[in-house]
Design a protein around this ligand. Structure first.
Ligand code: MN
Length: 203
C-alpha cells in the first residue's frame, strides 16, 4: 500500500502528525492502539510491518472477550513514527480531533516460520487476509486473530477476535479501560459542553 495515501490526505503545514516515510524499529515488531475522537470516537489499531504501520479503525475498540468480534476497517498505512503521536489534529484537517495512545507494546506471529523474520511471516499472512498474532501490550495481551470479511461491498472490513487463552475475559469494554485523566475524554466533554451552550434547551 505504501504511504502515498497517508501523505495525500494530510497538510503537514497544518497538522503536527508525522510526515510519511518508510522506516522501522528493527528488533521486535511494535503495535499501538490510539484512541481517536474525530467525527466519531474510534480506536486505531496499528501493527508494524514492512517499515510502516498497517492500520485498522475499530469503532468499539479492541476486546479481550472472545465473544466480541470487533469490526476493524482497514485504512491507509501510517508511518512508523505515528506510533508515538498524541495530540490535536486541527479543525478542517483529515481526522480532526484528539488522539491519545491507549495501548502499546510489541507483537509477534502466533506461528513462527523457521528461516523467516516475524515481519516476513506477518506480511505473508496479510497477503492471505488472515493474521494470527500475540500481543504484548499493557492492556492487550495474548493471542488474537484479524481476518478479512470476504465479499464485503463497502470499504475494507476485517474482524479482530480474541483467542481463548489465559488473558481472555468474559466482559471487556475499551472505554472502561481508559485512564481517568484521558485527554480525549476531556476533549469529548468539552465538545458536549459546547453543544449544550448552543442548544440550551437540549439535555
Ligand atoms: Mn483514526
Amino acid at each position: 500500500m505504501g504511504l502515498e495515501d497517508y501523505n495525500k490526505k494530510r497538510d503537514f503545514e497544518q497538522t503536527a502528525e508525522p510526515k510519511g516515510k518508510n522506516e522501522s524499529g528493527g528488533g521486535k515488531l511494535k503495535f499501538v492502539v490510539q484512541r481517536h475522537a474525530a467525527s466519531r470516537l474510534h480506536y486505531d489499531f496499528r501493527l508494524e510491518m514492512e517499515g510502516v504501520l498497517k492500520s485498522w479503525a475499530i469503532p468499539k475498540g479492541p476486546s479481550l472477550n472472545p465473544e466480541d468480534k470487533r469490526l476493524a476497517m482497514m485504512v491507509e498505512d501510517h508511518p512508523y513514527a505515528y506510533r508515538t503521536f498524541e495530540g490535536s489534529i486541527p479543525k478542517g484537517n483529515y481526522g480532526a480531533g484528539e488522539v491519545e495512545i491507549w495501548d502499546e507494546g510489541t507483537y509477534e506471529p502466533l506461528e513462527k516460520v523457521k528461516g523467516k523474520t516475524d515481519d516476513a511471516v506477518m506480511q505473508a499472512e496479510l497477503a492471505n487476509d488472515s493474521l494470527k498474532f500475540v500481543l504484548h501490550g499493557k492492556k492487550l495481551k495474548g493471542e488474537f486473530a484479524l481476518v478479512k470479511i470476504k465479499n464485503a461491498t463497502d470499504g475494507n472490513p476485517w474482524l479482530l477476535i480474541k483467542h481463548r487463552d489465559d488473558f481472555a475475559t468474559d466482559h471487556y469494554d475499551a472505554e472502561e479501560n481508559t485512564a481517568p485523566d484521558s485527554k480525549v475524554s476531556e476533549y469529548l466533554e468539552q465538545k458536549k459542553g459546547k453543544k449544550k451552550a448552543l442548544n440550551p434547551r437540549r439535555k
